[in-house]
Design a protein around this ligand. Sequence first.
Ligand SMILES: [Zn+2]
Length: 264
Amino acid sequence: MEVNFWTDTHAHIHDDEYGRSVDEFISLAYDKNVKRIITIGIDYNDSVKALKTAEQYDNIHAACGMHPEYADKYIREKDYEQFYRLASNKKVVAVGETGLDFYYEENPDEKYQNILFEDMADIAGRLDKPLVIHSRNAAEKTIKILDKVLKKHSNLKGIFHCFDGNMGVVDWIKDKNFYISYAGNLTFKSAENLRQALAVTPIDRLLIETDSPYLSPVPVRGKKNMPANVSYTGEYVAEFLNMPYNILMEQLESNLQKLIKGVE
Ligand SMILES: [Zn+2]
């Protein structure tokens, strides 16, 4: 397999509030050899937008789900079925983003976050699509819920997105179909913990992302992020692991193809 491009596995580009059109994002990305983008929904309406955008472009795919920040808005009786139907679409390659976030005190109560996360994981298991996991200050509790859902859906797979470097997670994924995605903050001087985690992340479980519009990598740190910039993170990872760029591109592509079967 010869691969000479990067994929941004996590971006939010379907919302025009980010100031550029999707066409513009795509052409800037192409200039940097970034040829595939997964655009991620954070609640129901936003997920519909993500899907509509993905339907217009061969190289854009969608993830549909609900972010833990909105967990108290999730009503199981009505929302589960809606998300299930939306996520069944073939342009939706993953369920999320979702997860647990106990970083901000004003985030919804843990009991709401648990219900949302478990339901999203259940949908992912039923549809056999990966779960896009946002886990902040919540590694142990995230693993606990995933272990519970894995008992019901042993096929459950997923991506720890914008990985925070938790070593418990690096260990946990090793005998499961879970992947770790590093964002641009890996390149920050202060991110020694992320580099330590990267050094021990199995190479066949590695992915990269921008999380646009947030977290621009060095050398564009501080600017609004966009998928083109995943190339900087890719180059940084390749240099850190002492690999030629194209070998890392091939590895990341093979990882993604294993996780999302038949992704174009
Ligand atoms: Zn995100």
